[in-house]
Design a protein around this ligand. Structure first.
Ligand SMILES: *Cc1c(COP(=O)(O)O)cnc(C)c1O
Length: 456
């Protein structure tokens, strides 16, 4: 008998409500602090950057938040996404474990980021915003938001880290194809950008500088432009739960329930989106699924960071939140999984790690690419280097089952494809990739720049 490998839902099964983990957190939410005064921020402060409907979503304690019909209508372009039983990978690993993955790489832009870009554009349009501003590193978030803004007829200004703007032109061209305006950051369009260029006219830029330019552009627009963030914040985690809510139904179709749920974690959004609906079952139905976040060994926020208050951005202009952090001034080594090079972690993910509901582990760059190549040779899909961290952990769990003979059910999230990361794969095949040591001195140094918040 051949076993079934694909679990597909029809479009009526796109979730009608997102899951808000804030309603179920075992510890009360921690306050968001103003970067200048270090006092809790008001909704009015946040509404300079975000429209009020998104600010309200950020603070709501409602467990289920309705997905607006125009958002569901656009989700239909790629949702529900397939849940695949990786039968060929199981065979290649000679494991008794069952391995499933949720394939978020099938969105038009190739990653899960479209799941929050679309509702963010929708709510801004509803609130009368004329244009959005954002930053992007290699361009994954920028392309998702460019597609979404195009659907809702909003202008978009993207500040793209200068080195990527020049070295990785394809995603920039995709953004322009959707009608977005893309600027190499630092740019001469903002006060902060001009200051950076004065200091160094050949500045390669950084995500921190790009965030500062996008925030400044929105904050000085007189209310017509708002800022949009692709990870970390509560409403972003919530929008992503469509992934896990569909996965719950698909596991039911498969007649199994996962023993282990795995996702890669940069700011935490694809991990949260996949895992939080399973966390909900753990918290409310007594299920005992292990929930595992995987991060790069060279940027080990959850495994080596401190759970404390820190700035959301490198320039210390963004609000201060309580999270696992390596220090906002920490510059992680230049691994190819650019989406996982963030100094902090979503406050909701951090809180669940702190209280033991979520485990964290690391994966080194070489073993991650080894897993990626193994996966693509078995299942045909070229994963994003970020997603390959989850694959590494899933393979390790499956290999443990081979040792013990356990028939565990392992489920991971494939956050995106790696079609724009082929030079990284080329380097791997030519033996040019390296493992970076955990930069403990750099982290120690960065820890001395934490904001001086009195916890009590
Ligand atoms: C951006 C990105 C990530 C990391 O961001 P999270 O918010 O942690 O999900 C992971 N995978 C892919 C494919 C990405 O584009």
């Amino acid at each position: 008998m051949t076993e079934r490998g694909r679990f597909l839902l029809d479009e009526t099964r796109i979730p009608k409500a997102w899951y808000n983990v804030n309603a179920d957190l075992p510890t009360p939410p921690t306050p968001v602090l103003h970067p200048g005064t270090m006092e809790p921020v008001t909704p009015e402060f946040l509404s300079v950057l975000f429209p009020m409907n998104i600010v309200m979503q950020e603070v709501t304690q409602e467990r289920w938040v309705e997905v607006p019909e125009p958002v569901r209508d656009i989700y239909r372009l790629w949702r529900p996404t397939p849940m695949i039983r990786a039968l060929r990978l199981e065979k290649a690993l000679d494991t008794p474990a069952h391995i499933y993955f949720k394939n978020e790489s099938v969105s038009p832009v190739g990653s899960h980021k479209a799941n929050t870009a679309v509702p963010q554009a929708f709510y801004n349009k509803e609130a009368g915003t004329k244009a959005l501003t954002t930053e992007t590193g290699a361009g994954q978030w920028g392309t998702a938001l460019a597609m979404a803004c195009n659907f809702f007829d909003l202008d978009l200004e993207v500040f793209m880290v200068r080195v990527s703007y020049h070295q990785k032109p394809y995603r920039r061209i995709i953004m322009e194809n959707y009608g977005a305006h893309v600027f190499a950051s630092p740019s001469d369009r903002t006060h902060f950008g001009r200051k950076m260029l004065e200091e160094d006219e050949d500045s390669p830029g950084s995500l921190g500088i790009a965030i500062s330019e996008a925030v400044e552009t929105a904050a000085t627009s007189g209310g017509t432009k708002k800022y949009s963030l692709g990870s970390v914040l509560g409403h972003v985690m919530m929008h992503q739960t469509v992934i896990g809510l569909e996965a719950l139904e698909q596991m039911e179709m498969a007649g199994e329930y996962p023993d282990v749920v795995i996702g890669c974690a940069g700011g935490g959004s694809n991990f949260a989106g996949f895992a939080f609906p399973f966390v909900h079952r753990n918290l409310t139905e007594g299920k005992k699924t292990r929930i595992v976040a995987v991060e790069p060994a060279s940027c080990p926020t959850l495994t080596k960071g401190r759970y404390t208050f820190d700035y959301g951005d490198a320039a210390a202009m963004a609000p201060i939140v309580k999270m696992y952090t390596l220090g906002h001034t920490f510059m992680p080594p230049g691994i190819h999984a650019g989406g996982l090079r963030y100094h902090g972690m979503a406050p909701t993910v951090s809180a669940l790690v702190a209280c033991g509901q979520i485990e964290a582990r690391t994966a080194r760059q070489l073993e991650t690419f080894e897993a990626a190549v193994r996966f693509s040779r078995a299942e045909g899909i070229i994963p994003a280097p970020e997603s390959a961290h989850a694959i590494r952990a899933a393979i390790d769990e499956a290999l443990k089952c081979r040792e013990t003979g356990e028939k565990k059910v392992i489920a991971f999230n494939l956050s995106g494809h790696g079609h724009f990361d082929m030079t990284a794969y080329q380097s791997y095949h030519h033996g040019l990739l390296e493992d970076f040591e955990y930069p403990d001195h750099a982290v120690e140094e960065a820890m001395t720049h934490l904001p001086d918040v009195k916890e009590g």
